[in-house]
Design a protein around this ligand. Structure first.
Ligand code: BDP
Length: 724
């Protein structure tokens, strides 16, 4: 009997699997497969027959094209563009200026939609039910078209459709760390998409698909080049290539930005200096900028990394960051461009505490920048760790518009293979309260400009995109691109909702998939924090590539590139004292935040070892000693990943075979590597704590030396992480 039941289950799942054709992930969340719910499909087929749009501009043509493509796929029958907006079941699309929209009395909704937002609504038009997608600008119409398609992809009801939405942040940008040789710094998804060799002649269709995907989530800017910049991109032949990309992206509302290498006047301009106060240097940048705008009239502006990690900058000439930024701002200002000047600075002298450097250098410059300069600040003061407290600059520069920089590519979070859905990480930063202007002065409200009434606002995500067929190295990494865009548009969206949207559009609308995959995604980042860097530990990854554990890394040229600098483990305890008895980095936060972090009684466990050096034997809130708590958390991380893998295995047959197997293999790697992280870290820290493993917990499978000898993935002659 049992056997028979098992056979039935197995053959049912084989049947289901056979029914789902393999997918490679190229379509991202824009798959537009036939609506799976028969009820909804019937409702949509009754209510949607044609599109009425006056596609007179490139952006409106994009909207028309996408609606046709999407609706035809979802409804399983061609949906065409009709000129006549008077028939039943017409989707009426346009700006407030178009005749079909102007007569509908939508002023109130359109007012709320603002310059770039949209309204989408089912309503009666001349006695017939219609769907109306309207906006104040062409870009708004395009965003509305995508919102409508999303609504159908998640199988929302047509009858009650009524949505008005406006972006909270103006410049929603992806930063590519792409080099001109097509390598990608911290990229884990193949080569750079930009095929510089064949540009401008060859326009790979992928450029357009890239732009479509971005437009669908509201991203409106892209920085094409690495912050570790190469001035060659500013030469005439390369500007022609950049112009070709800008041309491909423009119909999707996406502007191009470039990184400016500060020494460009010397590198390619034959000047002897790059001093920002030197008239010849100022003229060089002005002329170069004018040339850029001749090629790309809607060029967005410059992104600059200066005097950081060996990059040239104004300090080479004893000038300030403001001097440098203002020079470039004066050059782009007349064209309406902006400068995004990064605050990720650290000099070559090893500081008291690396996490203090940005605020130490930038707070004094508040108020000294031109109005078209934005200072771009990473989410945390160190460097894109699995968890960091928010960057103190968000609570310390009221006069300067700040761009929040998030890392979508998972440099420190398991790169291509590990599942770590970043929605909760992004949300945690956005919701963090700086207390600068009282309770509720969240990072999100600082960044969107509402606290200080800034005229410009921006957010940047370091892209995880490359030439891999699935764009992002793993299927699940697509969700991080998606989450970034959705939160850039509306930082109030909860990540559970974003995960749900992504799953429904990308994987399946089957409730038996939705609930477990949501659970997997939403728990994944915390699981990773636990098996990599629990309790506020940070930067204990292997050196250079940052993959895998390396808490023993020590003795490099720069102390602040080593792990021992950050964890400070000794026989007494572990953690970086950043209170007044240590580096006093806590003093960079506004009063209530400083007090909370500074006190052992109030600091959240999540940030404990970020701010305090704690004795191994001290008891934490859980009642466990610090050592036992570390063992507990590391082990919990491994257990969570094992649970995630089991959940996925339960979905065999409900996801197409190709994507199922790829994810299953990656989760297998993650289970092994979570254990590697746990075992290696605990074996190492135990040499300091000299405490036994509490009863009931697995001991590391190998002695410490074994883990210290592993070279993963640097040794290319061996299979990936052999021995883990
Ligand atoms: C670090 C990366 C490095 C980047 C740097 C930056 O390891 O590759 O160049 O940040 O943001 O996280 O400038």
């Amino acid at each position: 009997m049992l056997l028979l039941a098992a056979w039935c289950v197995a053959s049912a799942s084989v049947r289901a699997q056979a029914a789902l054709p393999d997918e490679d992930g190229y379509d991202l969340w824009l798959r537009y497969r036939l609506v799976s719910s028969p009820g909804r499909l019937a409702e949509y087929r009754r209510g949607i027959h044609a599109i009425a749009i006056d596609a007179s501009t490139p952006l409106l043509q994009s909207a028309a094209r996408e609606l046709q493509l999407g609706l035809s796929g979802l409804l399983g029958r061609p949906v065409t563009v009709a000129r006549n907006a008077n028939a039943a079941g017409v989707v009426i699309v346009g700006t407030r200026r178009s005749a079909a929209i102007a007569s509908l009395g939508l002023q109130a909704d359109l007012e709320r939609a603002g310059a770039e937002g949209y309204m989408v609504r089912t309503m009666m038009v001349r006695g017939r039910q219609a769907v109306v997608i309207a906006a104040n600008s062409d870009a708004g119409v395009l965003y509305g078209a995508f919102a409508f398609l999303r609504h159908l992809q998640v199988q929302g009801s047509l009858a009650s459709l009524r949505e008005v939405s406006t972006p909270r942040i103006q410049r929603r940008i992806l930063d590519h760390w792409d080099n001109l040789d097509r390598s990608v710094e911290r990229g884990y998804a193949g080569l750079s998409l930009w095929a510089w060799d064949s540009l401008p002649a060859v326009r790979n269709p992928r450029y357009r698909d890239y732009a479509r995907a971005n437009a669908s989530i509201g991203i409106n800017g892209t920085v094409l080049t690495n912050v570790n910049a190469n001035a060659t991109v500013l030469t005439a032949p390369y500007l022609a290539k950049v112009a070709a990309l800008a041309h491909e992206f423009r119909p999707w509302g996406i502007r191009v930005y470039l990184t400016a290498r500060f020494s460009a006047p010397i590198d390619i301009g034959r000047l002897k200096t790059a001093d920002p106060l030197d008239p010849s240097v100022r003229k060089w940048w002005k002329d170069k900028t004018d040339e850029v705008y001749r090629a790309i009239p809607d060029f967005g502006g410059w992104l600059v990394k200066a005097n950081s990690e060996g990059q040239p900058g104004p300090q080479d000439y004893r000038r300030t960051h403001a001097d440098g930024a203002n020079m470039l701002a004066d050059a782009v200002g007349p064209h309406g461009g902006i400068v995004m000047w990064r605050a990720f600075v650290y000099s070559n002298e090893v500081p008291v505490d690396r996490v203090r450097q940005a605020a130490d250098e930038f707070v004094a410059l508040d108020g000294k920048f031109r109005p078209n300069v934005m200072v771009q600040v990473k989410n945390g003061a160190l460097d894109f760790q699995p968890r960091e407290p928010f960057h103190p600059l968000f609570g310390a520069m009221p006069k300067t518009p700040l761009v929040l920089e998030l890392q979508v590519t998972k440099e420190y979070l398991g790169q291509d293979t590990h599942l770590a859905f970043l929605g909760p990480l992004f949300e945690e930063v956005l919701d963090a309260d700086t207390w600068r202007a009282g309770r509720g002065t969240t990072v999100a409200r600082v960044v969107d400009g509402s606290v200080d009434r800034h005229r410009i606002s921006g957010v940047a995500g370091v892209a995880n995109i490359g030439t891999d067929r699935n764009w992002t190295g793993s299927q699940f990494n697509q969700a991080n691109w998606y989450a970034y865009g959705r939160l850039a548009w509306d930082h109030q969206l909860p990540s559970w909702m974003i995960a749900g949207e992504w799953i429904r559009q990308t994987l399946s609308n089957d409730p038996q998939v939705l609930a477990p995959v949501s659970r997997m995604m939403l728990g994944s980042r915390e699981a990773l924090v636990n098996y990599m860097t629990p309790l506020g530990l940070h930067h204990i990854m292997a050196e250079g590539h940052h993959y895998g554990p390396g808490p023993w890394v020590t003795g490099l040229n720069r102390a602040d590139w080593t792990s021992t600098y950050y964890h400070r483990a000794d026989t007494i305890g572990i953690g970086f004292d950043r209170t007044a008895t240590g580096s006093n980095a806590v003093a960079q936060y506004a009063g209530p935040v400083r007090d909370q972090f500074a006190s052992r009684a109030t600091v959240p466990d999540e940030n404990l070892l970020w701010f305090h050096h704690v004795r191994w034997t001290d008891r934490l809130r859980s009642g466990r000693t610090l050592w036992d708590e570390l063992v507990y958390r590391y082990s919990a991380g491994v257990d969570s990943v094992r649970g995630i893998k089991r959940t996925w295995e339960g979905l065999a047959g409900r996801i197409d075979g190709a994507r199922y197997r790829e994810m299953d293999a990656f989760l297998g790697i993650q289970v092994r590597e979570a254990k590697w992280w746990r075992d290696a870290s605990l074996a190492y820290f135990q040499t300091f704590s000299r405490q036994p493993f509490p009863a009931g917990y697995e001991r590391p499978a190998h002695p410490l030396e074994y883990y210290q000898r592993l070279r993963c993935p640097a040794d290319r002659t061996r299979p990936r992480c052999d021995g883990v």
